[in-house]
Design a protein around this ligand. Structure first.
Ligand code: KIV
Ligand code: ZN
Length: 510
């Protein structure tokens, strides 16, 4: 079996998903779970792109112990110096230097000749090696480049001291056999290639990212660059969960293995979805909510008789325990605690007690409480340090799309603020009233509602993205009342936006 390194870029390429902006503290929360998942490398950000990315990489570098922490840099001196500074406290730092190799990128973006790009790459890798022992080098758009130029650039980067060379299909153009041939050719031809790790980085524009990544691995690549839930530029990056579970399920046929603890996939996938405000499509492989559901009678009958009739993986192997109906209003503390622990939530006594009260509140509104409800409760933390907290809301819908909403929100340590607004439907009226009360004008750019479990008394889960000034941030809310879930999600986005502003003004002062 050949051990494949998993390079997670959820926090860098994944954060390039339209409308996704993660705060440094949120990136750290995800990085902590990525480490538990056992990824080999966490690409934490692009330090020279913003102060907050610098802070995020710096914070993650200080906290992460087992995984390598990578920071992205162009072949520019100030990018590399900034990446090195952000990685100062990392136990295993890696600077990831990238350039481009395709004719279209050289001509229109870099406006440089091939020789100039090679010279710049050599200087950049040498400078990065001056700061750290582990330097990854990427030739963007390698798939659409002249293979002879890709070979020359990679040889030059290896000669200059790169320890990892990455071959990206930046625009998701490859077909698996072609991508496999590209990697095989690099493996067989590039001078010095045996001294370095060969990596593959695929995008999903044609829905082939996972297939191309596997073709690259089978052709001799040793590292797969992936993002959770497949998030990333345009159609996204190769999904971590897909590569992980193909290798876990079909490892014997592929001769490949990873060091991942796959049972941690479900919780970190949900965390990424909640913090980015990007919902996971229901039929998404591995982590979609339908991935382990059986709808037709024939399938249900088969699975009840023998699980493997229609299941090639066990839900618990990816941290998606089957949704069972477990608790109700007569369930006490002990039963609740046992169920929480069985679902993998190890909480302090005080947090458990607070959760138990929310559970009791839920049983007053919903007859049967399922595992998915408990997960939603445990993962939806009421933000004690949030600037704005929802106290009351009232909505009346008068038909024809017209509605009015009145809300009261509280800011810790100050008097509640009450505001009303009319809107084009109840969600619009609520958002407008909340914006007024918070004194922040926001525009809802994305809104999705789905039910956590079955039944008309089910909890509704809302994911949204809200633009405040020129930044889009995500929000998430859960309640048996879908309007309350909408208000909570919108307010969560305003709170996140408020934190961004506070962070920026701190940076300006600093
Ligand atoms: O897609 C790409 O080419 C990249 C590089 C920076 C590796 O993200
Ligand atoms: Zn990319």
């Amino acid at each position: 079996m050949r051990r494949i390194a998993i390079f997670d870029t959820t926090l860098r390429d994944g954060e390039q998903t339209p409308g996704v902006n993660l705060l440094p503290a949120e990136k750290l929360e995800i990085a902590t779970q990525l480490e538990e998942l056992g990824v080999d490398v966490i690409e934490a950000g692009f330090p020279n792109s913003s102060t907050s990315d610098f802070e995020a990489v710096r914070g993650i570098a200080a906290e992460v112990s087992a995984a390598t922490v990578a920071a992205l840099a162009r072949t520019k001196e100030d990018d590399i110096v900034r990446a090195a500074a952000a990685l100062e406290r990392a136990r295993r730092p890696r600077i990831h230097v990238f350039t481009s190799s395709s004719a279209v990128h050289l001509q229109h973006m870099l406006r440089k000749s091939a020789d100039e790009v090679i010279e710049q790459s050599i200087a950049a890798v040498r400078l990065a090696r001056h700061y750290v022992d582990d330097v990854e080098f990427s030739a963007q758009d390698a798939m659409r480049s002249d293979p002879a130029l890709v070979h020359r650039i990679l040889e030059a980067a290896i000669e200059a001291g790169a320890t990892v060379v990455n071959v990206p299909d930046t625009v998701g153009y490859a077909i698996p056999y072609e991508f496999g041939a590209l990697i095989r050719n690099i493996r067989e031809t590039v001078r010095g290639i045996d001294r370095v790790t060969v990596s593959v980085h695929c995008h999903n524009d044609l829905g082939l990212a996972t297939a191309n990544t596997l073709a690259g691995l089978m052709a001799g690549a040793d590292q797969a660059e992936v993002a959770l839930n497949g998030i990333g530029e345009r159609a996204g990056n190769t999904a971590l969960e897909e590569v992980a579970m193909v290798i876990a399920t079909r490892g014997a046929a592929l001769g490949l293995e990873t060091g991942l603890c796959t049972a941690a996939i479900g919780p970190v996938s949900r965390l990424v979805s909640r913090l980015t405000g990007v919902p996971v499509q229901p039929n998404k492989a591995i982590v979609g909510r339908n991935a382990f559901e059986h709808e037709s009678g024939i399938h249900q009958d088969g699975v009840l008789k023998e699980r493997t009739t229609y299941e090639i993986m066990r839900p618990e192997d990816v941290g998606v325990n089957p949704n069972t109906l477990v608790l109700g209003k007569h369930s006490g503390r002990h039963a609740f605690r046992v169920r929480l622990e069985a679902l993998g939530y190890a909480l302090k006594d005080s947090a458990q007690e607070e959760l138990f009260h929310r559970f009791k509140d839920l049983t007053g509104r919903k007859k049967d409480v399922t595992d998915d409800d408990i997960r939603a409760l445990a993962e939806e933390r009421p933000g004690g340090d949030d600037a704005f907290q929802l106290e009351t809301f009232h909505v009346s819908s008068i038909g024809g799309g017209q509605a009015t909403a009145t809300v009261t929100i509280r800011r810790p340590g100050s008097e509640p603020v009450r505001e009303a607004a009319a809107g084009d439907g109840p969600v619009d009226a609520l958002c407008q009233a909340l914006s007024r009360a918070a004194g922040m004008s926001g525009t809802l750019v994305q809104y999705a509602l789905h039910s956590v479990s079955a039944g008309s008394d089910a909890q509704g889960e809302v994911s949204c993205q809200v633009r405040v000034q020129d930044r889009v941030v995500g929000g998430h809310g859960v309640s048996t009342d879908v309007l309350e879930a909408s208000a909570l999600a919108y307010l969560a986005a305003l709170n996140r936006s408020h934190r961004w502003m506070a962070q920026e003004s701190l940076t300006e002062v600093g």
